[in-house]
Write a protein that binds this ligand. Structure first.
Ligand code: FES
Length: 443
């Protein structure tokens, strides 16, 4: 069997012609740098062949390109691409003390297909210009707390924060359906910001929105940095492209845009509102971007087919059996993108928005008065007609309650706005009783 001698430590071992020089080094516990894990995607495993170059297999296509890019001198070969059929002496690339420290078999970087999500706040500068720095940090942290929770609940991880923007990556551990969960996270982030808006408006007299861009592409992932600041991150053209997708939201006045690569990967799960062709810096020609309205995860598709239908201009969804309301007369359902409260009153069924238009708090648990046909939002005592959605009484706080509220809110002048929001009717949805089920329609 052929023999390979690795310098500078002069370690010799037998070399099977089926294995690359990198694999031979690994098997024989000879430390060797290979930042891409031996995939032929970097040049860190290069060797200078001192003797026996004629016993090395010819350069692979990948190797030729990389060696050319790396401007190496003659005699260098990539250990991960080279096999031998005769004796060889090779010097590993150890140029300085850092190379010695890096000589481990850990995968220091690898190319992966991941979903990359960029989000940015729209209008944060005008929102924050009159606020104190403490308020700005408070709001940003409150915002990020909600967004990070959504990202992590969907299997993603925050890669970085850039001012008021963030980058999240999905699929690092080859999680199944990572692009689907990235889109789900993006849509849920929009719901979170909608949920925050009444609070922002009340506290600061204005609110802000977000834009999200998602791309599915290859990136190099690995630990970057040193010491305490070392962190796992992703780099590459795909990251830049995802950021461009996000920026296109400004041009199209959209909220969630995805690249065509991501769309093609999971198109059967997406409900698309619109698509657009646009120029993106750094890319030749136009690219197609898709504005996402909704996603139905592939694992739910079969189930949803059985409980959803389109009819008369509405998208209908089954919302529980008729009998289930005897035990539980108020039930909340996610009907497409809407959160709906279905109630049973006077022996009939009604569907209204689950969120009160005053402060976006849940209507579930409100007192139903079938005599007057009303439901009450317990938070600030507002009453709506559950048949038409009209406001019957807005913020019916007693004098002493109002007085207490003002005292309670006195520390923050703007918070008094809780009591000043204009009366707004609640949304109502059409109902069908069919197949022993309640169906709710959304347009
Ligand atoms: S949230 Fe419903 S009345 Fe305030």
């Amino acid at each position: 069997m052929a023999k390979v001698t690795f310098l500078p430590d002069n370690s010799s071992c037998e070399a099977s012609s089926d294995l690359t020089l990198l694999e031979i080094a690994k098997i024989n516990d000879i430390p060797h740098v290979s930042a891409c894990g031996g995939e032929g995607n970097c040049t860190t495993c290069r060797l200078l062949i001192l003797e026996g170059i004629e016993n090395c297999t010819p350069e692979t296509k990948k190797e030729k390109i990389l060696i050319e890019k790396a401007h190496t001198t003659k005699g260098f070969r990539l250990a991960c691409q080279t096999k031998i059929d005769g004796d060889v002496t090779a010097r590993r690339l150890v140029l300085d003390a850092d190379d010695i420290k890096d000589m481990s078999f850990d995968r220091q970087g690898e190319t992966k297909k991941i979903a990359i999500l960029f989000s940015d706040i729209r209008g944060f500068t005008p929102f924050s210009e009159k606020l104190t720095p403490y308020d700005v940090i408070f709001i940003l942290n409150r915002y990020f707390k909600r967004m990070v929770k959504v990202i992590e609940n969907n299997g993603g991880r925050v890669d970085n924060y850039i001012g008021d923007g963030l980058i999240a990556i999905f699929g690092i551990k080859n999680e199944k359906n990572a692009p689907e969960y990235a889109v789900k996270a993006g849509l849920e982030m929009c719901e979170e910001i909608d949920d925050m808006k009444p609070y922002l408006k009340t506290m600061y007299g204005k609110d802000f929105d977000i834009g999200i861009g998602i791309h599915w592409g290859e990136a190099v992932v690995g630990d970057i940095g040193s010491g305490e600041s070392k962190r796992f991150t992703a780099i590459g053209d795909s990251m830049n492209f995802a950021s461009r997708v996000e920026s296109a939201n400004k041009q199209f006045k959209s909220r969630v845009l995805v690249s065509d690569e991501l769309y093609q990967e999971i198109k059967e799960t997406l409900i698309i509102k619109d698509y657009m062709r646009t120029m993106v810096p750094g890319i030749d020609g136009r690219v197609t971007l898709h504005e996402v309205e909704q996603i139905n995860l592939s694992k739910d598709l079969e189930k949803l087919e059985k409980i959803q239908k389109t009819e008369g201009g509405y998208n209908w969804q089954k919302c529980g059996t008729i009998e289930s309301y005897d035990k539980n007369p108020q039930q909340v359902f996610k009907v497409y993108r809407e959160s709906v409260l279905v109630i049973k009153a006077e022996g009939k069924f009604f569907a209204i928005d689950e969120k009160c238009p005053h402060m976006n708090l849940s209507m579930k648990g409100g007192i139903i008065d079938s005599k007057s046909g009303s439901i009450n939002c317990a938070w600030h005592n507002t009453t709506f007609c559950y048949k038409t959605g009209k406001v019957k009484e807005w913020l019916a706080l007693s004098k002493s309650q109002k007085f207490m509220a003002k005292i309670f809110l006195k520390s923050n002048k703007q918070a008094e706005g809780v009591l000043d929001i204009e009366p707004t009717d609640i949304k109502v949805y059409p109902i069908q009783e069919l197949d022993n089920h309640i169906w709710v329609g959304v347009s």
